[in-house]
Write a protein that binds this ligand. Structure first.
Ligand SMILES: [Zn+2]
Length: 597
């Protein structure tokens, strides 16, 4: 465990509460389903669903209008780092006297996007962008939350505008029979065959807004799953395309909602004002709680918007698509744009995202971190970190012997100097995701490597920089008296983080035997006052041995200088289950990991 780890969770929780507390209820629509026309809760679509990957995407090709930046050569296109999802309702939507839309304003916005060369993304392309796909900088997603039956406005205003201006839209549909009829031409009801025709024409992707437009925060997990699952299968069977996205009714979720959407196969979900930066980021880390921007105004302020600090629609779109943060980000872009997005992959850290920045020296890493540390928005910070690429320190032979390619999870929680003479081993005392989140947040907590239970290795900090895996907090007395790396050759105090390489092993630490799901090590002697500890799996130990031997040979570190964190600070880290140098007196028995000759 690294310093300050436990302090992290409270501020994050507070931040999330703050975000959800200030999310406005932009929906303003409450649907009260009538039981006579309601779809019964046990309704199951009868038609067979097509498989997810085999489906053709008629709308998946990029708009031919690709805008070049004035300074770019003809083969280079400035690529999108941020894409706003604009949240429309029907063109005469009126939430209040201040927040409204008119068909004229709507038409003007569509016309401006088209005439200024904007590309509009369908749902599959948005997922591709979330996975790191390349799109022109001038890209937006037009989303429509469809919660009321207003067929005429869509058939006579929205769809003709999309056709006329060569744009695509993402419809988030409340899929119940108050809105959608089996037959067409029934007043203001939509009908499935017409929606399918628009989808086949490439004008729209039809995604889910639930069945009953209920506030998910008030629903139990089973009801949420039924609502999100039923709407997905209902739309898929009628439209013939996989449903990838979900729009939260009232922008509201419960702690279980995201896991439920993932389990149902959703690839992304949108809210409204979910965070400070209102655009979706390339490889966005919050793909199940994406923000949207509002295009609304009122007659007193038009053409300025009433929902975006007085900017016009044009200014808002330009702001939300502007490039961010890192000054050299546009220099290394590939010239080609992904013509055929796939939507089954998840981001892989070992594959550098487009627009990534290669770091070739410790000085470069430090100066890039100085820039990144100026980023206030935590989501932008993670985005910037994940675009740093540095040389993995492990030898090619060691990397080849590992069970999976080493992944980069860059952290800027670093010290400018490192002269390693010891390797310090830690257990994370929590999940991998928690360690990654902590290390990428601005905090005095990091390590050089993380080894997951399956043996996968993550490099977090280059070895020639110090990481915050141990600390005496500026005072020798804060470390144990016998600390082997807290004094220099002249007996002068040195911070151990400038003298060592830190490796974190994903491990829970002490466990309750009755509640443990994984392998358990029983320490008969209770050397740290606890009997049961999560055991370290063979795959994890195998990677650890490879790492330690590789680091030792490059930095000339003797075996005696490989040690647990408890040798530096007073704690039980990494615990008795990691039996480095002695055979185990415990259950299960196991020989030493590094037998001393
Ligand atoms: Zn530790």
């Amino acid at each position: 465990m690294s310093p300050k780890k436990s302090l992290f969770f409270f501020p994050l929780l507070f931040f999330l509460i703050l975000l959800s507390a200030c999310a406005p209820n932009s929906e303003g629509i409450v649907l009260v389903p009538t039981t006579s026309s309601a779809i019964p809760p046990d309704w199951i679509p009868t038609s067979t669903l097509p498989t997810r990957t085999a489906l053709p995407y008629p709308s998946a090709t990029l708009s031919p209008t690709v805008t070049l930046s004035p300074s770019a050569t003809p083969t280079q296109t400035v690529l999108a780092e941020r894409i706003p999802i604009i949240e429309y309702h029907n063109p005469s939507f009126r939430l209040s006297d201040e927040v409204m839309m008119t068909p004229e304003w709507f038409e003007a916005q569509m016309q401006w996007l088209s005439e200024n060369g904007y590309t509009t993304l369908n749902a599959a392309q948005l997922v591709d962008f979330l996975n790191g796909g390349a799109y022109p900088q001038k890209s937006v997603a037009l989303s429509f939350d469809i919660g009321v039956a207003s067929h005429t406005e869509y058939s006579e205003i929205v769809i003709p505008a999309l056709r006329k201006y060569g744009l695509k839209a993402i419809f988030f549909l409340v899929a119940n029979t108050n809105l959608i009829g089996d037959e067409c031409n029934q007043g203001e009801l939509y009908c499935w065959s017409e929606l399918r025709n628009w989808s086949d024409e490439g004008l729209i992707s039809v995604e889910s807004h639930g069945i009953w437009h209920q506030d998910y925060k008030t629903l139990d997990a089973a009801t949420q799953k039924q609502d999100a699952g039923l709407s997905k299968s209902l739309i898929e069977s009628n439209i013939g395309q996989p449903v990838l996205g979900f729009a939260y009714p009232y922008d509201s979720i419960s702690p279980q909602t995201i896991a439920i959407l993932k389990s149902l196969g959703y690839q992304f979900a949108v809210g409204g004002y979910t965070r400070h930066d209102r655009s979706v980021l390339l490889g966005d880390s919050e793909r199940y709680y994406l923000p949207r921007v509002y295009p609304y105004s009122n007659p007193n302020v038009y053409p300025r918007l009433s929902t975006t600090n007085g900017k016009t629609f044009e200014q808002m779109v330009q702001d939300q698509t502007s490039l961010i943060g890192l000054p050299t980000l546009t220099a290394t872009q590939p010239a080609t744009i992904n013509p055929s997005p796939t939507h089954t992959g998840t981001p892989v850290a070992s594959t550098p995202a487009p627009n990534s920045i290669e770091i070739t020296s410790a000085a470069e890493y430090l100066s890039m971190c100085n820039l990144i540390d100026q980023t206030i928005d935590p989501v932008l910070r993670v985005y910037q970190l994940n675009h740093l690429v540095f040389q993995i320190d492990l030898s090619p032979e060691t990397q080849a012997a590992l069970p999976a390619p080493v992944k980069l999870i860059p952290s800027c929680n670093i010290r400018p100097i490192n002269q390693p003479r010891a390797i310090i081993l830690h257990g994370t005392r929590g999940p991998l995701s928690g360690a990654i989140t902590t290390f990428q947040k601005m905090d005095n907590s990091s390590a050089h490597y993380i080894i997951d239970r399956d043996g996968t290795v993550y490099q977090v900090v280059p070895e020639n920089l110090g990481s915050y895996h141990v600390s005496c907090y500026g005072l020798r007395a804060n470390c144990v008296t016998s600390c082997p790396i807290c004094d220099d050759a002249n007996g002068k105090f040195v911070e151990p983080a400038t003298q060592s390489i830190g490796i974190e092993l994903v491990n829970q630490g002490t466990v309750l035997i009755d509640y443990s799901l994984g392998p358990v090590y029983e320490d008969y002697s209770m050397s740290f006052n606890y009997r049961y500890w999560e055991d370290y799996p063979e795959a994890q130990i195998k990677s650890l041995v490879l790492l330690v031997n590789d680091i030792r040979s490059r930095w000339n570190i003797p075996l005696g200088m490989v040690m647990g964190h408890y040798r530096i600070n007073t704690n039980s880290d990494p615990g008795p289950a990691l039996n480095l140098f002695w055979d185990r007196y415990g259950n299960p028995p196991r020989p030493a990991i590094f037998p001393t000759p």
